[in-house]
Design a protein around this ligand. Structure first.
Ligand code: ZN
Length: 353
């Protein structure tokens, strides 16, 4: 049973991946990958980081106003939910990319919408017309009704899928049972009202994951998508490795993403705004205790704390994985600090009580 997916090579060399529709019959699941992760990429050609790729309506094929509103909302949704430096798609009357609607659409036979991308220059997008009859039924855009009927397609969700493709995203690979469907809006099978996910208006975490990897994050404090599972590297340095009794040692920890080649532009990124703890143990013991939650250091991805030392100790910086982002925890190598004993008077050191 062939899957209703078609990939055609446009004359420009750009890919046009058709939006697929789940018709009356359920799509086959054979061959779907039972894996969960960031969306695949269509190609390695990207737009520039934060590039504003403006669009206008295709002359003679302008969408009705309700569809225009939905497409503009989808473009805004990309900007608001990308959590990365992926391209944005502002509307401009002289925009260089064309979005059209209607019978002139160059989509494949089953496509309700489609796109081409010519990164880093431009893209095109088409949406089929309300009422178009396909083998599977009649296309209804939810936006064309005062009360959207069951079985309609949300044009904003569909446009989000297309904009996601324009960024370079391929369709999310769902689990066989689709329990992770809501992790992405860039989906092989878009859902109709009122199936869950029919009206998603923001990118899903696994769409974002790939955009972060390919386009990078806007700042070192940006949360990393939970669709990723990136290793981190914690380091620890000290102002001294030996002090007098009662002396204070300043510690600086560093936290960054590991340098794995698979991490794309996220590799080696500094990580700011995370919780890094300084832990201490007596030399010769094994149990760590937290002595400080380190505060923001001067450099990006650094954390500082000071400790007054009364006995020789070992230290480490600990970053614990958080359920709110896709980073694995790490502990720094152990750092030893010796406390010199006061041998003989006059002792210049503060005396212990
Ligand atoms: Zn799609």
């Amino acid at each position: 049973m062939s899957r209703p997916i078609r990939l055609r090579q446009a004359s420009s060399g750009a890919f046009a991946l058709l939006l697929l529709i789940a018709g009356v019959t359920s799509p086959p699941f054979a061959g779907r990958v039972s894996a969960h992760g960031p969306d695949p990429m269509l190609s390695s050609k990207l737009f520039g980081q934060d590039q504003a790729v403006s669009f206008r309506w295709r002359t003679g094929s302008e969408p009705p106003s309700a569809i225009k509103t939905a497409v503009k909302a989808a473009a805004a949704g990309i900007a608001a939910s990308r959590r990365s430096r992926a391209a944005t798609f502002p509307y401009a009357s002289a925009g260089g990319s064309l979005i059209g609607y209607g019978a002139g659409a160059t989509c494949g036979v089953n496509g309700i919408a489609c796109f081409t991308r010519s990164a880093p220059t431009s893209f095109t997008m088409w949406l089929r017309e309300q009422g178009r009859v396909f083998d599977w039924g009649t296309l209804r855009w939810c936006q064309m009704y005062t009360t959207a009927p069951t079985g309609c397609y949300d044009a904003e969700t569909i446009a989000l899928d297309e904009f996601g493709h324009v960024e370079g995203l391929g369709h999310h690979l769902n689990f066989g049972d689709d329990t992770d469907y809501l992790d992405a809006v860039v989906q092989t099978y878009s859902r109709t009202k009122a199936k869950s996910g029919w009206n998603e208006h923001a990118l899903g975490r696994c769409d974002v994951a790939t955009l972060q990897r390919e386009y990078d994050v806007p700042s070192s404090a940006t949360g990393i998508s939970t669709c990723l599972h990136l290793d981190t590297i914690a380091t620890l340095g000290a102002t001294a490795t030996a002090v007098v009794y009662g002396g204070t040692v300043g510690f600086t920890a560093g936290l960054r993403i590991a340098g794995d080649a698979d991490y794309g532009r996220l590799a080696n990124n500094a990580l700011s705004g995370r919780t890094v703890k300084l832990q201490q143990r007596a030399v010769g013991t094994t149990t760590w205790s937290t002595v400080a939650t380190m505060t923001v250091g001067t450099a990006s991805g650094t954390y500082v704390a000071s400790v007054k030392l009364l006995s020789s100790s070992e230290f480490r910086a600990l970053y614990s994985a958080s359920s709110t982002e896709g980073l694995n925890g790490d502990a720094s190598p152990v750092l030893s600090v010796l406390v010199a004993s006061c041998a003989g008077a006059p002792c210049l050191l503060p005396s212990p009580r």
